[in-house]
Design a protein around this ligand. Structure first.
Ligand code: NAD
Length: 86
């Protein structure tokens, strides 16, 4: 399964991505705008995985998100960490 994590460079999102890559066979696409809160160094231990991809984009930018969905041929299975309270 391909899992989209938005806000994946943040505190919770990066922990979720590390967990998925280390403990499952699923793939992750991290979509993050990289605001002041985004920190890709939290993902160092998984960034070389073939199952991990990162795209810098604003989730409010509909055309950019549509392009990402097209290029990754994605089906929707989305952990939207900017909105979900965990
Ligand atoms: N950390 C907590 O203890 C906690 C507790 C309860 C709720 N929450 C909520 O969970 C969510 C995530 O928390 P967190 O601590 O990981 O936040 P965070 O600030 O560490 O991370 C948010 C991430 O979202 C990215 N982002 C912001 N706007 C974006 C946009 N328009 N498009 C793409 N990416 C964008 C940022 O660059 C950042 O990497 C927040 O909504 C927060 O309010 C967090």
């Amino acid at each position: 399964m391909k899992i989209i994590v938005t806000g994946g460079a943040g505190f919770i999102g990066s922990a979720v991505i590390r967990h998925i890559i280390k403990n499952t066979d699923h793939s992750v696409l991290n979509i993050d705008k990289l605001t002041y809160a985004g920190n890709l160094s939290s993902l160092k231990e998984v960034e070389d995985s073939v199952r991990y991809s990162f795209v810098q984009a604003d989730i409010c930018n509909k055309p950019a998100i549509q392009d990402i969905f097209s290029s990754f041929k994605l089906q929707l299975s989305n952990l939207h960490l900017n909105l979900i309270l965990i």
